[in-house]
Design a protein around this ligand. Structure first.
Ligand code: BTN
Length: 260
């Protein structure tokens, strides 16, 4: 484990450090404050960090979301975690890994919610229509081949009120379950489930992971708009792209971006 000055901010995570048998998070660099854990993990990857190395911060000053958005990252309550993933990249494309990671996070967070969480394609994790967690996956290439994918996770854990500007669209595990909980336990669940689900994806392909994702993907069956296309989301194709049938019956495949 790497130590950072101001570690007292993440004292409650020491339980995790003592926790045996966890296969991801070696080393785990704990930071009281950083710009973005994704930037830190990317730097570690460029320096040659191995599969499973991770950076966890109590707060971020420049947390990044998908599509160039900011990820609000106040101290004390949440998890801001970035993992260097290197396994299986010769078999699984980075977008599919990112999709599998969303499934893993959703399954892990179910341990802490009174009813199951859902995935909004591609990988937002939601409960009651509000966002609990988001994932920013960034691939690092050597030539034309990915040598690592940084899986950056932001999870709203212990906040008992969301900032006013987010209250309508985001929630926390604490708000959903109505009781406080342990960040270290949530961290352990996330790392274990990411290891298991992404390990299975790399070993066995998308088939079983796709079925699990379809079971909890709230986008399937919903009316959606992607760019110029509006219709009903009907499926995930074998590459993880979302399949939309428009009102004329034409079928469109959307590989990335945001659905409205
Ligand atoms: C999204 O839903 O737009 C993705 C949000 C991802 C946020 C996490 S917090 C830890 C890691 N570091 C970052 O700068 N971003 C990711």
């Amino acid at each position: 484990m790497g130590l950072d000055p101001g570690l007292s901010a993440v004292r409650d995570l020491e339980g995790f450090v003592a926790s045996p048998g966890c296969r991801l998070g070696h080393p785990l660099v704990l930071k009281a404050l950083t710009g973005s854990t994704n930037d830190d993990a990317r730097a570690l990857a460029h320096q040659g960090a191995g599969h499973g190395a991770a950076v966890l911060a109590d707060a971020q000053t420049a947390g990044r979301g998908r599509l160039g958005r900011t990820w609000t990252s106040p101290p004390g309550d949440n998890l801001y975690l970035s993992i260097v993933w290197r396994a299986g990249l010769d078999r699984v494309d980075p977008p599919l890994l990112a999709l599998g990671a969303g499934l893993a996070v959703s399954e892990a967070l179910d341990e802490y919610t009174p009813s199951p969480t859902a995935v909004k394609w591609p990988n937002d994790v939601r409960h009651g229509g509000k966002k609990l967690a988001g994932l920013l996956a960034e691939a690092i290439y050597r030539g034309t081949n990915p040598s690592a994918v940084v899986l950056g996770l932001g999870v709203n854990v212990r906040g008992d009120a969301m900032p006013a500007e987010l209250a309508a669209i985001a929630t926390s595990l604490r708000l959903v379950r109505g009781a406080d909980l342990d960040r270290a336990a949530v961290l352990r669940s996330l790392l274990d489930r990411l290891d298991a689900t992404l390990g299975a994806l790399c070993a066995d392909g998308f088939g079983a992971v796709r079925r699990r994702l379809l079971d909890r993907c709230e986008t399937i069956g919903a009316r959606v708009t992607a760019g110029e296309v509006t219709g009903t989301a009907i499926d995930l194709d074998p590459t993880g792209a979302i399949v939309i049938r428009d009102d004329r019956g034409a079928v469109h495949t959307v590989r990335s971006g945001e659905l409205r």
